[in-house]
Design a protein around this ligand. Structure first.
Ligand code: CU
Length: 430
């Protein structure tokens, strides 16, 4: 299939979319409920700061020994990828909210200002907080009305990977983007320190082609599947040096779906959940970790295999963007007939088939506010994945972590056409 043909079919499909418009593993809290906060001045605790690809850390200041944060809930104009924008809700101008990062034992105070037109709350998912700080609208507090600022304050008695999210009108507010990650580093780490520490929030949206407002009413047919609010190829790569110990924290606050996240080229161990650390004796190797909605999963591995390795949800419809699910089955259809019919209907397709449109030029055949279903161009052509995909780029001897470009496979290590000599040698018939 030619490059042009593939491009054409992808665009055709996009047009179709437009037309179809273990409890026992949990480690107990290491600090008692009444443990005093760290003393004023916050003694230095050395840790590897967490990186949120395409995201940010929430800044804080220390006031009398308390880490003070400020979250501002409000409307956010968010770019899922070039060409695809959403009128979402988020915190501090971001989708998703910035990552709250602290250390076990820290006293934290989080002010939450509501700049939405609707009441909201913030729930601290997985954290052991006093009941009145749990952020469940109606149950543990009254909602934060538009214009109000509430104070949440508690001592972090655990370490691990947690989340925060609205717990008021959840169906709407989580679907609109009011979610973020919480990373708490251990005060006294028990295992080897990671060289790199990444965190991702998994989310799913319904942004029908041509619309800009995510639809919270959608229950099944989500069409924008994101890692930290982005779809591939707009997701930033994780760039690591060969030999580094890498930790990846993954949280899932999708409305309705679980995501089996698969990493290529490596095996990892599950070292933690939002319930706590997995004891070393209970860890086992995996290449896919299922992150159910409402869960976090933390995995670790040594990046010992140079290359460009995909990390993606293994649900095949979650590695596409704005895919149409109401299409007839086109497998086996003569694409020539299909193309001719399409060209009769859509003049720009006829122009493209006639060579008047460069298939690599910015796509002017796509409907307003939409993305091609599938990814982008990489070292060896078109990547037939979009959506919930990021690339782990492992490189020897690098000193900094900017995007190193595409991996160049060493001679003899790249799949390619078999030669006649090879086929004859190994007795492979034509
Ligand atoms: Cu998925």
């Amino acid at each position: 299939m030619s490059h042009d043909r593939r491009q054409f079919l992808f665009r055709g499909a996009a047009l179709g979319a437009a037309a179809a418009t273990p409890a026992r593993l949990a480690r107990a809290a290491t600090l008692p409920p009444d443990a005093p906060p760290q003393p004023p001045g916050m003694p230095h605790v050395d840790y590897t700061p967490v990186e949120t690809p395409d995201g940010a850390a929430l800044p804080f200041r220390v006031v009398d020994g308390v880490k003070v944060f400020h979250l501002i809930a409000g409307p956010v104009r968010h770019e899922f990828a070039p060409g695809l924008q959403g009128n979402c809700w988020g915190y501090n101008g971001r989708v998703h909210g910035p990552t709250v990062e602290a250390v076990e034992g820290d006293r934290v105070r989080v002010y939450v200002t509501n700049k939405l037109d609707a009441p909201t709350t913030v729930h601290w998912h997985g954290l052991f907080v006093p009941n009145g700080m749990d952020g469940v609208g109606g149950l543990t507090q009254r909602p934060i009305e538009p214009g109000e600022t509430f104070r949440y304050e508690f001592t972090l008695r655990q370490h691990g990977t947690f989340m925060y999210h609205s717990h008021h009108d959840e169906m709407v507010q989580i679907a609109m983007g009011l979610i973020g990650m919480v990373v708490v580093h251990p005060r006294a780490p028990s295992g080897p320190r990671p060289d790199r520490d990444f965190c991702y929030m998994l989310s799913e949206w319904s942004v029908k082609v041509g619309s800009e407002r995510p639809d919270p009413n959608e229950m099944k047919d989500f069409d924008v599947l994101t890692l930290n609010g982005k779809v591939y190829p707009a997701t930033a790569p994780m760039v690591v040096r060969t030999g580094q110990r890498v930790r990846i924290r993954i949280g899932n606050l999708s409305a309705m779906d679980h995501h089996p996240i698969h990493l290529h080229g490596h095996a990892f161990e599950l070292v933690g959940t939002d319930g706590g650390e997995v004891p070393p004796g209970a860890r086992h190797p995996e290449t896919t970790v299922l992150v159910a909605t409402g869960q976090t999963r933390t995995v670790e591995f040594v990046a010992d295999n140079p290359g460009d390795w995909g990390m993606h949800c293994h649900m095949t419809h979650h590695v596409m963007t704005q895919m149409g699910h109401d299409l007839p089955n086109l497998v086996g259809v003569d694409p020539g007939l299909f193309d001719r019919k399409l060209a009769e209907t859509v003049p720009t397709f006829a122009a493209m088939e006639g060579g008047a449109i460069d298939p690599d030029a910015p796509d002017n055949t796509l409907p307003k506010n939409s993305r091609p279903m599938l990814g982008g161009t990489a070292a060896h052509g078109y990547v037939t994945m979009g959506g919930m995909v990021a690339v782990l780029k492992v490189r020897d001897g690098i000193a900094e972590y900017g995007d190193p470009g595409h991996y160049q496979a060493p001679p003899g290590t790249l799949a390619g056409p078999a030669t006649a000599e090879e086929l004859a040698r190994d007795g492979i018939g034509g």
